[in-house]
Write a protein that binds this ligand. Structure first.
Ligand SMILES: [Zn+2]
Length: 324
């Protein structure tokens, strides 16, 4: 029996509900905030307040995409989930090298050492100190996805190591994999590398690919069986065609409607209404849902985007049990 692993426990995929497939509820300091002060999403009260009106529109689950040692704080994710009533899937994995000190474990460890850290997040509990302290003290809260990141135009040796480690931990745990595609590029290389290391692409989601408005590129990605996550919907300027809507219309037409998901990737205070920004977390289920309807992407298609596809993409793969 497969399941989705939230910070508050495993649930049945059928119970997931409307999901934002790539989000940022907590960025609690670390390199990302040193580089971009606007990335500081450490305020639990604001996160709960930001989620409340989205929950009123039906939001039931958020996939947090800030992996190990880059501002992740599992206790804050747990508190946000409890207080908001929204499921939260917490990540393991690693982000781009720029978010880590050169001498950190993430930059120096072998494939096996990285894989073991990812596995332990998923099966034993996320470290209280987010793998930044002198010791590891595991909480009871488990990661439900591995978020890994690739730069463009192609993966660096360090990134290939991280991808191989995630593939290894996937083979052990069945955890789904969510990737970052810088500038929307590199998706095919990423999914092929994971597939070469034993990951069925049906357990892989490629983020930010809607930065590239090229029907052929998206057809090629989706032909692998992987999911894509589009999150540029609110970033297109007024008066310019909304490329995200255009891609959605094309790919539903091409028969790939069961591999598409949406998120906001709203990793800046400036995108949250509770920090005085816009459009706020209600955007996808509010304005964007209405805009999709105008383009002929109606209720059934939206149920695929928000509910049915995340329920498959974020379900754990069955893992072969080794006789002992
Ligand atoms: Zn992100």
């Amino acid at each position: 029996m497969t399941y989705i692993r939230t910070v508050l426990g495993d649930i049945e995929p059928a119970d997931l509900g409307p999901t934002y497939a790539h989000e940022h509820l907590v960025i609690d300091g670390g390199r990302p905030v040193e580089l971009y002060p606007d990335f500081d999403l450490s305020d639990v009260d604001r996160a709960v307040a930001e989620l409340a009106p989205a929950r009123d529109l039906g939001l039931a689950c958020v996939v947090d995409a800030m992996p190990c040692s880059a501002g992740r704080n599992v206790r804050k994710l747990v508190e946000i989930s409890r207080r908001s009533g929204v499921h939260v899937i917490a990540p393991s994995g690693l982000h781009l090298a720029k978010y880590y000190a050169a001498d950190l474990w993430s930059e120096r460890g072998s494939v096996d050492e990285l894989a073991e850290r990812f596995r332990a997040d998923i099966e034993d509990g996320i470290d209280e100190h987010d793998y930044l302290g002198p010791v590891v003290e595991r909480t009871e809260y488990l990661a439900g996805v591995m978020k890994i990141a690739g730069s463009e135009p192609s993966l660096t040796p360090r990134e290939r190591r991280v991808y191989e480690a995630a593939a290894s931990a996937h083979r052990t745990t069945g955890s789904p994999i969510l990737t970052h595609c810088s500038e929307g590029l590199g998706a095919l290389e990423q999914v092929r590398l994971l597939a070469d290391h034993g990951v069925d692409p049906r357990h892989v989601t490629l983020s930010h690919t809607d930065k590239v408005i090229d029907r052929g590129y998206h057809r090629e990605i989706l032909a692998t069986g992987a999911f894509v996550e589009y999150d540029q919907g609110f970033r297109w300027k007024a008066g310019v065609d909304n490329g995200t809507l255009t891609l959605l219309a094309w790919l539903f037409e091409d028969g790939y409607g069961d591999q598409l998901m949406l998120g906001m990737d709203a990793a800046r205070q400036g995108y949250w209404t509770t920090y005085g920004g816009e459009p706020g977390m209600t955007f996808l289920l509010g304005e964007f849902a209405a805009a999709m309807r105008e383009r002929g992407i109606g209720d059934d298609a939206q149920a695929a985007l928000f509910v049915r596809n995340p329920a498959r993409a974020y379900a754990f793969a069955p893992v072969a049990v080794t006789a002992g």
